[in-house]
Design a protein around this ligand. Sequence first.
Ligand code: S3P
Length: 171
Amino acid sequence: MMKNNIILIGFMGVGKGTTARAYSKKYDIFIIDTDDLIESKENRRIKTIFKEEDEKYFRLCEQQCADWIESSVHNSFISCGGGFYKVSNLKELGTVVLLNASYEWIFNRLSTAENAKAKLRKRPLFSEPEKAKALYTEREKAYKEVADVIINVEDKSMKNIIKEIHKQVTL
Ligand code: S3P
């Protein structure tokens, strides 16, 4: 049976966290952030997990997190790390909503943010822009294939983005 959650996916820096916080405030629903869950369970930062272990280990953490969501989380707004869409049971977790924008828009959003350095530093897969661009290209199609709902965020206000999500997904 389809679970009653919103599963927010999309590329690093597209604004999943910001969108989740705005949605939570307006529609009075708790947010779960998969990166935060993994960081607290592991008791270390994502970038440290990548450094001390490897990406494969991090993907196992994401799968474990997905399994927990499937068995235990209902009626919540779940903001996912950029690679979380690859977990085997994604579609069982809830309605999958993709935040979509071009790589150029995302890069510009990240690099002009007030805390741009910190935003880039905490994302190991964004440390080299050419590699991040290649990753974007590699994932672009898969994101769209797995999504139930696609929200284009370029040139849209946050108010309209969360309204659109709310209109398209009834929990
Ligand atoms: C990743 C995205 C990150 C984080 C990790 C790997 C990815 O989350 O999960 O660094 O593979 O795209 P954000 O999308 O929140 O940056």
